[in-house]
Unconditional design. Structure first.
Length: 214
């Protein structure tokens, strides 16, 4: 298995966590999103992933893109240490938590969006970072309520074993802290993040522990 990854990419970080939770061996192929004009834009890579995004997972003859699709593929193909619960209702809850982050929060603070705001819209760094913090904090406040108000929340987002939702939460919190978001009104989110980051699978997936870390 090969994972095309960038050490600070939230989406690639999610997949690294999932691979580690399942104990799956893989080779990391770094794709630097800033060097050489963006290595993700080079023809060799866009032939694999026409979106020019990371991650891309190659498993034998299969080439997979989009982090949530990759993680669900891993869960179905390598069912040990399942990342989705057993019942339809519980799976729907976990997917909703994950999509809150991956579909509603993350796209608005993705690197290519922030670069567009700076380069094409001519926003100064302070205004760009204000945009980032607004959307991240808005989304995480909603997530906090979803988690704090549910009896299904345990040590982790759903119960007492990590799920797809936790693979999304930790990378988003990593980036939120980098941009100095205010997390003071999100004690449940912060508690779950801390519980996850105590696990070896999450520690090994952390950006600072990647071969391309800077």
């Amino acid at each position: 298995m090969q994972l095309y990854s960038y050490f600070r990419s939230s989406a690639a970080y999610r997949v690294r966590i999932a691979l580690n939770l399942k104990g799956l061996a893989y080779t990391c192929v770094p794709i630097h999103l800033l060097k050489d004009g963006g290595q993700q834009l080079k023809p060799d890579y866009t032939r694999l992933n026409p979106q020019a995004l990371v991650p891309t997972l190659v498993d034998g003859d299969a080439v997979l893109t989009q982090s949530l699709a990759i993680i669900e593929y891993l869960d179905e193909t390598y069912p040990s240490a399942p990342l989705l619960p057993a019942t339809p209702l519980a799976r729907a809850r976990v997917r909703a938590l994950a999509q809150n982050i991956a579909c509603d929060i993350h796209p608005l603070n993705n690197l290519r969006v922030l670069r567009y705001l700076k380069r094409e819209m001519n926003l100064p760094d302070e205004a760009r970072d204000t945009w980032y913090r607004h959307w991240v904090e808005t989304g995480l406040l909603a997530l906090e309520k979803m988690l704090a108000d549910s009896p299904e929340t345990g040590t982790y987002c759903h119960g007492d074993t990590p799920t797809l939702a936790d693979t999304c939460l930790v990378p988003q919190l990593f980036n939120a802290r980098r941009l100095k978001c205010d997390l003071s009104a999100m004690p449940t989110v912060v508690r779950i993040d801390e519980a996850c980051r105590a696990l070896p699978a999450f520690q090994q997936a952390a950006p600072e522990n990647q071969p391309d870390a800077e």
